[in-house]
Design a binder for this molecule. Structure first.
Ligand SMILES: [Zn+2]
Length: 231
């Protein structure tokens, strides 16, 4: 990768520590971290977009967006825990249990999104990070982009600037407010970020988005900046 040496060094150090941390904590211990706020009173809620009956966009590689979202969201969770936070995930697996009356894909999606809204709104001091992948009708667009809601424009701009420096290598994308028709953000009360990690319609980026190296870099830039600005 051609990101700068300092970032590479910092990145390697954090990843090594994170790996050490993960190795000394069993998976069951990690998933049973209590859903309480850290000392600042803020609660980080990590949302892996889509899941269950809703795979989201499909990559040119054939992989569903929901799976890539979950992989990156889980990395964000692990690194957040390593940094001392107690994040809450809106989903931990690709299986979602729906109410019996949700007997169509549309009803399942609605029920799931409502449950996520309820979870987020039940946490006081919540800060939401929703992980998604982008897709376009042509193959050329690429790059990670951050959208923000509430009082976190500066944070969003810093993450976007890091994306430009270490991931996108151009300044075409800017941090923007979350569109008002994104249900999860429209119906939740807390501030937050929607992170579109890259384009599944761009063959080069689609392949990169499935690699450990690229997912770890995105994770580090997102949670490293959240840690500096919010918590
Ligand atoms: Zn999505």
């Amino acid at each position: 990768m051609n990101y700068r040496p300092f970032a590479g060094l910092l990145f390697s150090a954090v990843v090594l520590f994170a790996l050490f941390y993960v190795s000394i904590n069993s998976a069951s211990e990690l998933t049973s971290v209590p859903a309480i706020a850290d000392e600042s009173g803020a609660v980080l809620i990590i949302d892996a977009g889509h899941g269950g009956a809703d795979g989201g966009a499909v990559s040119v590689t054939g992989k569903c967006e929901s799976e890539i979202n979950l992989e990156i969201a889980q990395r964000i969770k692990l690194l957040a825990e390593f940094l001392g936070y107690k994040p809450i995930m809106t989903r931990e697996t690709d299986d979602i249990i729906y109410p019996d009356e949700a007997d169509t894909i549309r009803k399942k999606k609605v029920a799931d999104t409502r449950a996520r809204v309820e979870l987020v709104n039940s946490c006081s001091g919540a800060f939401l990070v929703s992980v998604h992948q982008n897709k376009y009708t042509s193959a050329s667009p690429s790059g990670a982009q951050v959208f923000f809601k509430g009082d976190c424009k500066e944070l969003a701009e810093k993450i976007q600037s890091d994306f430009t420096q270490y991931v996108n290598f151009d300044g075409k994308r800017t941090a923007k407010p979350v569109a008002s028709d994104i249900y999860l953000f429209a119906k939740t009360e807390c501030p937050g970020l929607l992170v579109e990690c890259g384009f599944l319609s761009n063959p080069d980026e689609a392949v990169k988005l499935e690699t450990n190296e690229h997912q770890k870099l995105l994770t580090l830039l997102v949670i490293g900046n959240i840690s500096n600005y919010i918590f």
